[in-house]
Design a protein around this ligand. Structure first.
Ligand code: FAD
Length: 445
C-alpha cells in the first residue's frame, strides 16, 4: 500500500504522553500541520502520564473539580520550599501563571476531572484529580488530537534531529525501518531517562541494578541525548532521582502506583541482615514512602522488608500483592531468608522500646506476622535540558534554538532540580506542552 503520510510537516512532536499530546493539540489549534511520533506501541502509549492521578493548579476560587483557592504566590512558595530556592524562577512563574488556565483547556480537549462532591479522593485545594486516572487522560487527548487532524505514528522513535535555517531534518525508527522527513519545528517531549538502565548504573552505581522503574520502559533518554548532542545546556543532576518504596514482587517496569508501599509507619523495616533502617514513625505523612526509597537503595542487595503484626495489617489496608505471613518471628525469618537470631533480637528490642512509647507505638505482638519485600522504585530523574519561557531549547554559550522546543519531563528539571511536589510533574507537562506547541506553530509559520 502507498504511504500517504506527507514527508514534510510544520511541527513534529516526539513523545505521545501529556506534554507531547498537549503540544500537538496546541500546534494544530494554532493552524500548523502536525505529526506526533510515539515510541511505544498503541497499547502502551502515554509514558508515565498513564500512571498519574492529579495535577497542581493555581486558582482564585472554587471550581467543580477543586475547592477553595490556591494563589500563584502560594504555588511558588511551595516550589521554593521543596527546591530550597534552586529553580529557574522566571520560568517557574510563567508555568505557574499558565497552570491557572490548564484545567479548562484540558476539559475542552476532552479530559474529564473528578467532581469534588463525590468525596472519594483525598481532599486537596492544590490539585485536581483526573477522572479515570492518567490513562483516561491519555486516551481523551489522543482522540482529540486525531479528530483535529494530527497524524499519529506508534512504534516510531525519534533517532536523529538536525535543525537548519529553514527546516529540521528528522530521522525516525519505525516498524518498517528508517524514515527521513522534514519539519519546520520540532517539540521534543520524550520524557526522562529513567528506563536507560545502563546509564543509571553509571549515574547511581550498582544500586541501579535492582531498581524498579515505576513508569514507562520507553523513556530511554534518547530524546534528551539528541538535544545534548545539538549543544543543549543540561540542567539538573543525572544522578538525582525520586525513589520510593515499592513491593519487590511487582513488574520491573510500569508497576505504576499500585505497587508503592504506604504502610511503613505501622510496622518495622529491616534489611537482609535483620537490622532496622530508621525510625518508621519519624514521618507519618502520606508521602512518607519517598523517604524510604533512598534508604532501601542503600541496603545490601537494595532489598528490605516491611514487617507488621495483625494490628498493623489492619492499618496498612489492602495491598496489590498479598504479604508473606508466618506464625512466629523465627518462621518469618526463615521464609524471608533473614538470619533468625538477628531478626528476633531486632523485634525484641523494638517491642521493649514500644512498651515505653505506647499507645503512640505498638509492639509487634498480635500474631501471625505479615511482611512485604521492598525494593527502591524510580519515579523520575531530576535531569533535562534548559529552555526559555517559550520552551525553546537553550544552547551552551548563551544561544537558543529557534526551531527546537522541549516540553514535560525533558525540561522539568529547569523548575524541579531536586525534591518533590505532588501534582507538579503533570502540570509542568501539560502547561509546557501547550506553550511549546503554540510557539512551535508560530516558529513554523
Ligand atoms: C507511577 C507514577 C505516578 C505518577 N503520578 C503522578 C501524579 O499523580 N501527578 C503528577 O503530577 N505526576 C505524576 N507522575 C509524574 C508524571 O507522570 C510525569 O511528570 C508526566 O506524566 C510527564 O509527562 P511527559 O509527557 O513529559 O512524559 P512521559 O509521560 O514520561 O512520556 C514520554 C513519552 O515519550 C515517548 N518517547 C520516549 N522516547 C521517545 C523517542 N525517542 N521518540 C518518540 N517517543 C519517545 C514515550 O513512549 C512516552 O510516551 C507520576 C509518575 C509515575 C511513574
Amino acid at each position: 500500500m502507498t504511504d500517504l503520510t506527507p514527508t514534510r510537516f510544520d511541527v513534529l512532536v516526539a513523545g505521545g504522553a501529556a506534554a507531547g499530546l498537549c503540544a500537538a493539540i496546541a500546534a494544530r489549534l494554532a493552524g500548523a500541520s502536525v505529526r506526533l511520533v510515539e515510541a511505544a506501541p498503541e497499547a502502551l502509549r502515554g509514558g508515565n502520564t498513564r500512571h498519574a492521578r492529579n495535577f497542581r493548579i493555581a486558582h482564585a476560587g472554587p471550581a467543580p473539580y477543586v475547592p477553595d483557592s490556591y494563589r500563584p504566590e502560594e504555588f511558588l512558595a511551595d516550589l521554593l520550599r521543596v527546591t530550597g530556592g534552586d529553580t529557574d524562577e522566571p520560568l517557574a512563574r510563567t508555568l505557574i501563571r499558565a497552570s491557572a488556565g490548564i484545567a479548562p483547556w484540558l476539559l475542552a480537549a476532552g479530559v474529564r476531572l473528578q467532581a469534588l462532591d463525590r468525596g472519594v479522593l483525598p481532599y486537596s485545594r492544590r490539585t485536581a484529580f483526573l477522572l479515570g486516572g492518567g490513562k483516561a487522560m491519555v486516551n481523551a487527548l489522543y482522540a482529540t488530537a486525531e479528530a483535529l487532524g494530527v497524524v499519529v505514528s506508534y512504534d516510531t522513535t525519534l533517532v536523529d534531529l538536525r535543525p537548519d535555517d529553514g527546516d529540521c531534518a528528522v530521522v525516525l525508527d519505525t516498524a518498517a525501518g528508517r524514515e527521513s522527513m522534514l519539519s519546520r519545528a520540532v517539540v521534543v517531549a520524550t520524557g526522562g531517562h529513567q528506563a536507560d538502565l545502563a546509564q543509571l548504573r553509571v549515574d547511581l552505581g550498582p544500586a541501579a541494578d535492582r531498581l524498579v522503574v515505576r513508569g514507562s520502559q520507553y523513556c530511554t533518554g534518547h530524546g534528551l541525548d539528541l538535544l545534548l548532542g545539538l549543544g543543549a545546556e543540561p540542567v539538573g543532576d543525572r544522578a538525582s532521582a525520586h525513589l520510593v518504596a515499592v513491593d519487590a514482587r511487582g513488574p520491573r517496569f510500569d508497576g505504576g502506583i499500585v505497587t508503592r508501599m504506604t504502610g511503613i509507619p505501622h510496622g518495622i523495616v529491616v534489611d537482609r541482615t535483620g537490622r532496622r533502617l530508621a525510625d518508621e514513625r519519624a514521618d507519618t505523612r502520606r508521602t512518607h514512602y519517598a523517604q524510604w526509597g533512598p534508604r532501601i537503595a542503600a541496603c545490601p542487595d537494595q532489598l528490605a522488608y516491611l514487617i507488621v503484626d495483625q494490628d498493623g495489617l489492619r492499618r496498612v489496608g489492602p495491598t496489590a500483592l498479598a504479604p508473606v505471613t508466618a506464625p512466629s518471628v523465627a518462621e518469618l525469618a526463615r521464609r524471608l531468608e533473614i538470619d533468625p537470631a538477628s531478626l528476633d533480637a531486632t523485634v525484641r528490642t523494638f517491642n521493649a522500646e514500644a512498651a515505653e512509647r505506647e499507645p503512640a507505638v505498638r509492639p509487634l505482638a498480635a500474631l501471625p506476622l505479615a511482611a512485604w519485600p521492598l525494593l527502591p522504585g524510580l519515579t523520575f530523574t531530576h535531569f533535562g535540558v534548559a529552555v526559555d519561557t517559550g520552551m525553546r531549547v537553550r544552547l551552551r554559550g548563551g544561544r537558543r534554538s529557534e526551531r527546537v522546543f522541549a516540553a514535560g519531563t525533558t525540561m522539568a528539571a529547569n523548575v524541579l532540580r531536586h525534591g518533590y511536589l505532588a501534582g507538579l510533574g503533570l502540570t509542568l507537562a501539560a502547561v509546557s506542552g501547550r506553550i511549546a506547541g503554540e510557539e512551535a506553530a508560530r516558529a513554523a509559520a
